[in-house]
Design a binder for this molecule. Structure first.
Ligand SMILES: NC(=O)c1ccc[n+]([C@@H]2O[C@H](COP(=O)([O-])OP(=O)(O)OC[C@H]3O[C@@H](n4cnc5c(N)ncnc54)[C@H](O)[C@@H]3O)[C@@H](O)[C@H]2O)c1
Length: 327
C-alpha cells in the first residue's frame, strides 16, 4: 500500500519523501513543479500533474494502490496572498476539495494535512496551544483554516480520518546537505540570512529592535524540516492505529530571536554578514512559539534538532548549492 505525497518535489515534501523511503514506505509523488523541483524527489516515482485534476488522481490511486495521502501542495506566502487572494483560495482550498473528493470516491481514507501556525494569527497567549483562539490574518492563513473546517465534515460525513499539522517555522536541510530549501521560492529568515552570508544579498534587514524580548528582536519557533518529516510519518501511523482525526502543533516550544539566528549564522559560516536594523513591521507579533505537548503525548514525537543544527544543515546546503536546484 502506497503513500501519495502531493507537493513532494517542494521543500518540506521532499524531506518527508526521503524519510518515508528510508523507513521503507512505498511512495508516489504528485507535483505540478510550479515551485518544486524534480531533482528533489530522487528516484521516487513522480507524477507531474495538478491536485485539482480528479481524473488523474483517480488513476494514480488505482495504479499505485494508494491508501493514504500526505498533502503539502499549496501556495505558501501570506504577503502574496494579500495581493492575490483568489489564487490562494483556488489552489489551497478548491483544489484540495477536489483531491478530497477523489479520495472519497476511491475509498482512500487517511489524510495528513500541512496546516500552519498562521491560523492563530497574533497570539493572545503563549505558548500557543491547539486550543488557542483562531484568527487568520491573511487569505493564506484563512485557506489553511478553511481546509481544516472541510476536513472536519469529510470525517463526519465520509469517515475520512485526518491529521492536521500546524507547523511553526520550517527550517534547515537534510543532514547530508543534498536537499534543502530553494533560494528562488522563499522569503523566510534563515535562507535570507544564508543569502547574505554567501554575498548574494547585500544585507539582512532586522525589523524591530525594541520588542520586549531578551535582545529586543522578535521571537519565532524554528523547527527542523527533518523533525517535521518524522511527525508526518508518526501521523500516518497514528491514523492506522487509532482511526481518529487530530490536530497538532509542530514546533520546538523554544523561541529564538532574529538576532540569535544572525549570531549563530555568523558563528557557523565564519562570515560577519551585514545587518541593517530598522523599525518594526506593522502586524509582526512580538513572539510566537508552540506548546507541542499534544504531539509529544499522542504521536510520541520529540524534536531532535537544535537551532545550531538547523543553521548548520542550512549552511551546508546553501553553501554547497548556492543556486539551489538551478533550472
Ligand atoms: N515552509 C514553511 O515554513 C511552512 C510553514 C507552515 C506551513 N507550510 C505548508 O507546508 C506545505 C509545504 O510547504 P513548502 O515550504 O514545502 O512549500 P513548497 O512551495 O516548497 O512546496 C509546495 C509544492 O507543491 C507544489 N504545488 C503547488 N500547487 C500545486 C498543485 N495545484 N498541484 C500540484 N503541485 C502543486 C509545488 O510545485 C511545490 O513543489 C504548504 O502547504 C505550506 O503552506 C509551510
Amino acid at each position: 500500500m502506497t503513500v501519495l505525497v502531493t507537493g513532494g518535489a517542494g521543500y518540506i515534501g521532499s524531506h518527508t519523501v526521503r524519510l518515508l523511503r528510508e523507513r521503507d514506505y512505498p511512495v508516489v509523488v504528485l507535483d505540478n513543479l510550479e515551485s518544486g523541483n524534480r531533482a528533489a524527489t530522487g528516484d521516487v516515482p513522480l507524477v507531474v500533474g495538478d491536485i485539482g485534476d480528479e481524473a488523474l488522481l483517480t488513476r494514480v490511486f488505482v495504479e499505485h494502490n494508494v491508501n493514504a495521502v500526505i498533502h503539502f501542495a499549496a501556495y505558501k506566502a501570506p504577503g502574496e496572498s494579500m495581493e492575490q487572494p483568489e489564487r490562494y483560495f483556488d489552489n489551497n482550498v478548491c483544489s484540495t476539495n477536489r483531491l478530497l473528493r477523489a479520495m472519497q470516491r476511491s475509498n482512500v481514507k487517511h489524510f495528513v494535512f500541512s496546516s500552519s501556525c498562521s491560523v492563530y494569527g497574533t497570539p493572545q497567549q503563549l505558548p500557543v496551544s491547539e486550543t488557542n483562539a483562531l484568527h487568520p490574518e491573511s487569505p493564506y492563513a484563512e485557506s489553511k483554516l478553511m481546509v481544516e473546517q472541510m476536513l472536519k465534515w469529510y470525517d463526519v460525513c465520509h469517515q475520512l480520518r485526518y491529521v492536521s499539522l500546524r507547523y511553526f517555522n520550517a527550517a534547515g536541510a537534510a543532514p547530508d546537505g543534498k536537499i534543502g530549501e530553494d533560494w528562488k521560492v522563499t522569503l523566510n529568515l534563515i535562507p535570507l540570512v544564508m543569502k547574505a552570508a554567501l554575498g548574494k544579498a547585500s544585507v539582512v534587514k532586522v525589523f524591530g529592535t525594541d520588542y520586549p524580548t531578551r535582545d529586543g528582536t522578535a521571537v519565532r519557533d524554528y523547527i527542523h524540516v527533518m523533525d517535521l518529516a518524522d511527525a508526518h510519518i508518526r501521523a500516518l501511523e497514528y491514523l492506522r492505529e487509532h482511526e481518529q482525526s487530530q490536530i497538532f502543533n509542530l514546533g520546538t516550544g523554544q523561541g529564538s530571536t532574529v538576532q540569535e539566528i544572525v549570531d549563530s549564522t555568523r558563528r557557523i559560516s565564519g562570515v560577519d554578514l551585514p545587518v541593517e536594523y530598522t523599525g518594526r513591521r506593522p502586524g509582526d507579533p512580538v513572539a510566537i512559539y508552540a506548546d507541542n505537548t499534544k504531539a509529544r503525548e499522542l504521536l510520541g514525537w520529540q524534536p531532535q534538532y537544535s537551532l545550531e543544527e538547523i543553521i548548520q544543515s542550512a549552511w551546508q546546503w546553501h553553501s554547497t548549492y548556492p543556486e539551489g536546484y538551478g533550472d
